[in-house]
Design a protein around this ligand. Structure first.
Ligand SMILES: Nc1ncnc2c1ncn2[C@@H]1O[C@H](COP(=O)(O)OP(=O)(O)OP(=O)(O)O)[C@@H](O)[C@H]1O
Length: 576
């Protein structure tokens, strides 16, 4: 079932309400026509006194109010349905994105994904706020009006029956094009947003390489593509409205002519009947024409919904977590990797059959040349990417049998480029903690991470706004902020991806001292680039081309692994 139909089937109560309001509207329309015809007939032909007409005027006012209310209530119900659906789509998209494996979530441009989450979902609105309420009205109002006209004058009803199908016919012919064109439009918008955000993020690099002009041209081409797609849709929309308007005017004209002939020449109609029919006919065609316009918008929404559907359907590499809890929140569990293999793409780099046991409180370093798979292994260990083969067990159970939250409560992962959210420094340190933390605890964590002095020197201290749109932080400061998060969280497992970029010796000393402190009560797994920082770890895992070449202590590897000894020698020579 497609997404829109699925949402409709979940909102049966609202559909019933829409049908109810449509019925009320039809009744109000017919009553309004009958009362107006009675008043005009009474005043001009029968010359009834105003006092006798007055109750009809009051009745007319009441019916008009009911008519207005049913249109308002039907619109409101549609808007509520749209809001509910958009919320549901966004929740599902976010859940899907959060459940994706890290490498899958890095695929495609961020701008394109934002465009699906924002623009495509927003464009689903018209389907529920306009198309469905109009569809409900059109299923009732023209039918009821036609029945009433049949009871008054068969010829007029037959003309209405004959001309009415032209409106849905045009609607369908044009609507089929609209859906395809709207899908095209959203693809163009996705590409445009992607290129735009990509260029914005890489503005400095583009400037440094003198590529600003070329990128400007790319954005221009992309924006022209989007503009053309939008213009195509507008052309279809205008043609649609024009054709519907012509069919409607012609039909009303034919009926008016036929009624005039019957009334004046053949005198086979009373004034009341003729006027009553003339009042009902525009409502009949207007409701069909409105459905035509709403149908056009509805088809555009279907194009947008298809984009959302495609995004949701792409569940490749999604990670399914279980519902087990890891017992003992602050006690490190036993970690075991058994024949773990992972590959980003077929025929590409592969982590191959890694088997290793990591005991509680053990300090392990992963080393290897650049591109040997250290960060990949750490990401797989963190549960951010699911192994293609083999298992990771935590205290004897498969990692993915546990609840996601239960696992992430245990770990802190200090990546090479920690993400600093837009917000205050204090908020950034306490991020991810469900319990309230005091400012003293935040400050203590900052002191332990060696960043307290720096924060104090800032104008607004812990209230300083950092991250996107805020004050910038250096690479070392970001890592220390990330360490402060870990000190506050007190995890039982610490994953640390040492920075590859050279930090000054003082910053590096602060980081190392903090990491050592943090690791006193936890299992620690470090991706190490500076081999002199890991000589005291319990075990070193040496990776080469995604394979585990050797494991052991520093001394052991120095004697048993020529590859490791060469790497250490090369670094020592460089230091000297
Ligand atoms: N998202 C990705 N998609 C495809 N391939 C990737 C992706 N991320 C990394 N790789 C590839 O996987 C291989 C291992 O990368 P990884 O980052 O694990 O190496 P590393 O040992 O940590 O390197 P470094 O020491 O330079 O940080 C590399 O060849 C890299 O190009």
């Amino acid at each position: 079932m497609n997404l829109l139909k699925e949402s409709l089937s979940q909102q049966k109560k609202s559909i019933a309400l829409l049908l109810g309001f449509a019925f009320l509207l039809a009744t109000a329309m017919i009553s309004q026509g009958a009362i107006m015809a009675t008043i005009i007939d009474g005043v001009f032909l029968r010359e009834i006194a105003f006092a006798n007409i007055f109750p009809f005027l009051l009745l007319l006012l009441g019916v008009i109010l009911i008519r207005v209310y049913s249109i308002y209530a039907s619109g409101r119900t549609g808007i509520k349905m749209a809001a509910q659906t958009k919320q549901d789509f966004r929740e599902r998209l976010l859940q899907k994105m959060a459940g994706s494996s890290l490498h899958t979530s890095l695929e495609r441009q961020s701008g394109g994904k934002v465009s699906i989450l924002m623009d495509s979902v927003d464009n689903v609105d018209h389907y529920f706020s306009q198309y469905i309420p109009h569809l409900m009205r059109t299923t009732l109002i023209p039918v009821i009006i036609l029945i009433v006209v049949f009871t008054q004058h068969i010829n007029s009803a037959l003309i209405m029956m004959f001309t009415a199908p032209f409106i849905p016919l045009f609607m369908m012919l044009v609507g089929l094009q609209t859906k395809r064109k709207s899908e095209e439009q959203f693809t163009q918008l996705e590409a445009f947003s992607g290129t735009f955000l990509d260029s914005l993020q890489g503005l400095v690099t583009l400037k440094l390489f003198g590529r600003s002009k070329q990128q400007q041209n790319r954005i221009e081409e992309s924006s022209i593509g989007f503009k053309n797609a939008t213009m195509d849709i507008l052309k279809v929309a205008f043609t649609n409205s024009f054709m519907l308007e012509i069919v409607m005017m012609l039909s009303i004209g034919i009926i008016a002519l036929e009624i005039a002939l019957q009334l004046i020449i053949y005198e086979s109609l009373t004034f009341f009947t003729a006027f009553f029919i003339l009042l009902l006919v525009p409502d009949f065609y207007l409701s069909l024409r409105d459905l035509g316009t709403a149908f056009h918008n509805g088809r555009a929404s279907m194009g947008a919904a298809k984009k959302v559907e495609e995004e949701l359907a792409n569940t490749r590499n999604n990670i399914q977590w279980g519902d087990k809890q890891i017992p003992g929140e602050k006690i490190p569990p036993q970690i075991e990797l058994s024949h773990v293999s992972f590959q980003y793409q077929p025929e590409d780099f592969a982590l191959e059959k890694i088997s290793v046991k990591i005991s509680p409180y053990e300090h392990v370093a992963i080393v290897g040349k650049s591109g040997s798979g250290k960060t990949t292994l750490l990401n797989v260990l963190a549960g951010l990417m699911k192994p293609m083969q083999g298992t990771i067990t935590i205290d004897g159970h498969n990692l993915f049998e546990y609840q996601e939250q239960s696992w992430y409560k245990h770990i802190s992962y200090i990546t090479q480029h920690p993400y600093i959210f837009s917000g205050s420094i204090g908020e950034n340190i306490s991020i991810g903690l469900t319990d309230q933390v005091s400012s003293d605890e935040v400050m203590y964590a900052a002191r332990q991470a060696g960043i307290a002095e720096k924060i104090k020197s800032l104008h607004d201290g812990y209230e300083t706004i950092v991250g996107e749109g805020g004050r910038g932080l250096s690479g070392g400061e970001k890592q220390r902020l990330s360490l402060a998060r870990a000190f506050l969280k007190k995890p039982s497992i610490i994953l640390f991806d040492e920075p590859t970029v050279g930090l000054d010796l003082q910053t590096e000393d602060i980081l190392q001292a903090s990491i050592r402190e943090l690791g006193k009560n936890a299992t620690m797994i470090t991706v190490a680039h500076r081999l002199y920082t890991i000589q005291n770890v319990d075990r070193i895992l040496l990776l080469e081309n995604g394979k585990l070449m050797a494991t052991g202590s520093h001394e052991m590897l120095m004697t048993q692994s020529p590859l490791y000894a060469d790497m250490v020698d090369a670094q020592l020579r460089r230091l000297e």
